[in-house]
Write a protein of this length. Structure first.
Length: 429
């Protein structure tokens, strides 16, 4: 009897934990769905995972990274808030990878494996209403990361509403992230003319206070589609400017990044992307200054003047920051969670889109919190020994921003489903 019980326990354990998964039937789909948008020969990741031999060569590192949940690099805690198209692995998927490695990283019948995805062109939006690139930019030898802005359009003749956009890196090994702006002044053009190279250097924005943020790209990003009847407003007379972050590792490479837009044929509700919580106007215990050899936490607060629907949040800080979180308290006392990032990583920033728009009535108070570790205990600290760090646009300075995409509230917005699955669709599913 005891032997039978033991046998049943073993069989149940095998079934529950998916023992002996192989590349063909189990692991390839997980990696193609969650990893290879960065881990491909043209990607920003340090190695490819497109083939069985690729995965086998990096199996132990892959297991360690997914078990620690450092990869995929989705920083927000999914237990605090659930997001649309969430780029996280389920515990089952983590166990599958771990079991695969522990049981010999079996290939399975590779002749039956699904075709690997292609990352050569990257365009997903077909027949865009607007498409433009930076041309060909030969990245010089860099001593530091470069933030370069490119004016990529002439002034628009009419008002437009962007309902979808995508960024197609011209060289995924060179491009770390991209920000897209519209601007109806001549300032970016003048800055471009003053720089002898294509585009112009500018960290943190375009150099024009009139620029309006449309959106951006980080490694692994997909096209962004606004909910029905919403769009980012681009007034007539505006140009499109994109800022590209080229890490020092991109020295000597060539880039030709492109953006695609879809416009609404008619006027729609305007969506805005703005740093509603920021390190100047809404910080309550500033200034943002972290003396050497100290750990400090700062707070921001803002009261919403009118009813709004919030679609996403995107926190931003630099290297000394170690954690960020934001939430709201409604007038009736209810708390709405936006995001908490317990282990901030400057190298993997992005926006977090909610599964449904979040309704914030007038009088709702937004709160932001960030902790900065300016000691030798912070491995990302840019200074050794630590130096005083204050607010600024250099990577070695600090920031504390929470960008929100929002629109004026319409009754029923909170019932609009953007994605409630909690996961991105699996490859070829």
């Amino acid at each position: 009897m005891k032997n039978h019980i033991l046998l049943y326990a073993i069989l149940f354990s095998f079934a529950a934990h998916g023992q002996n998964p192989d590349w063909t039937n189990n692991i390839s789909c997980i990696l193609y769905s969650h990893c290879t948008s960065c881990h491909n020969p043209n990607g920003i990741a340090p190695f490819s995972l497109l083939t069985y031999s690729d995965a086998l060569a990096n199996a132990t590192e892959m297991k360690n990274q997914v078990q620690s949940k450092k990869m995929p690099p989705f920083l927000a805690d999914a237990n605090y808030q659930q997001y649309a198209h969430q780029k996280t692995l389920t515990q089952y998927e983590i166990d599958q990878i771990s079991d695969w490695v522990d049981n010999g990283a079996l290939p399975g019948d590779t002749t039956l494996a699904m075709p690997a995805p292609s990352y050569s062109s990257g365009a997903i939006i077909q027949n865009p209403d607007f498409s433009s690139s930076i041309g060909t930019y030969n990245i010089p030898v860099l001593n530091n990361d470069e933030y370069r802005c490119f004016v990529i359009s002439n002034p628009s003749a009419t008002d437009e509403y962007i309902t979808a956009f995508e960024v197609i890196p011209g060289n995924r090994a060179a491009v770390h992230h991209v920000l897209i702006f519209s601007d109806n002044t001549n300032i970016p053009v003048q800055l471009d003319l003053a720089d002898p190279d294509p585009g112009y250097l500018n960290f943190g924005g375009t150099g024009s206070a009139a620029s309006q943020l449309i959106g951006g790209f980080v490694p692994g990003s997909d096209p962004y589609y606004l909910p029905p009847n919403m769009g980012m407003f681009v007034p007539a007379g505006s140009r499109i400017i994109i800022q590209i972050h080229y890490p020092i590792s991109s020295s000597g490479l060539t880039d030709s990044t492109r953006v695609n837009f879809t416009f609404s044929p008619t006027a729609v509700r305007t969506a805005y992307d703005a740093a509603v919580l920021d390190h100047l106007a809404t910080i309550v215990d500033g200034p943002l200054y972290i003396p050497a050899n100290t750990v400090k936490t700062f707070h921001e607060q803002y009261t919403v003047p009118v009813d709004v629907s919030v679609l996403s949040v995107a926190p931003h800080a630099h290297l000394v920051c170690t954690s960020m979180s934001s939430y709201a308290v409604k007038p009736n006392g209810d708390t709405i969670h936006f995001e908490t990032i317990p282990h901030w990583d400057f190298h993997w920033q992005g926006a977090y889109y909610f599964q449904k728009p979040l309704h914030l009535p007038a009088g709702t108070v937004l709160y932001g919190e960030a902790t900065y570790d300016n000691t030798i205990n912070n491995p990302e600290n840019p200074n050794d020994p630590p130096q005083d760090v204050s607010l600024g646009e250099s990577t070695t300075d600090e920031m504390m921003l929470f960008y929100f995409v929002y629109t004026a509230y319409f009754p029923g917005d909170e019932n609009t489903v953007i994605d409630t699955s909690g996961l991105i669709p699996h490859y070829l599913n």
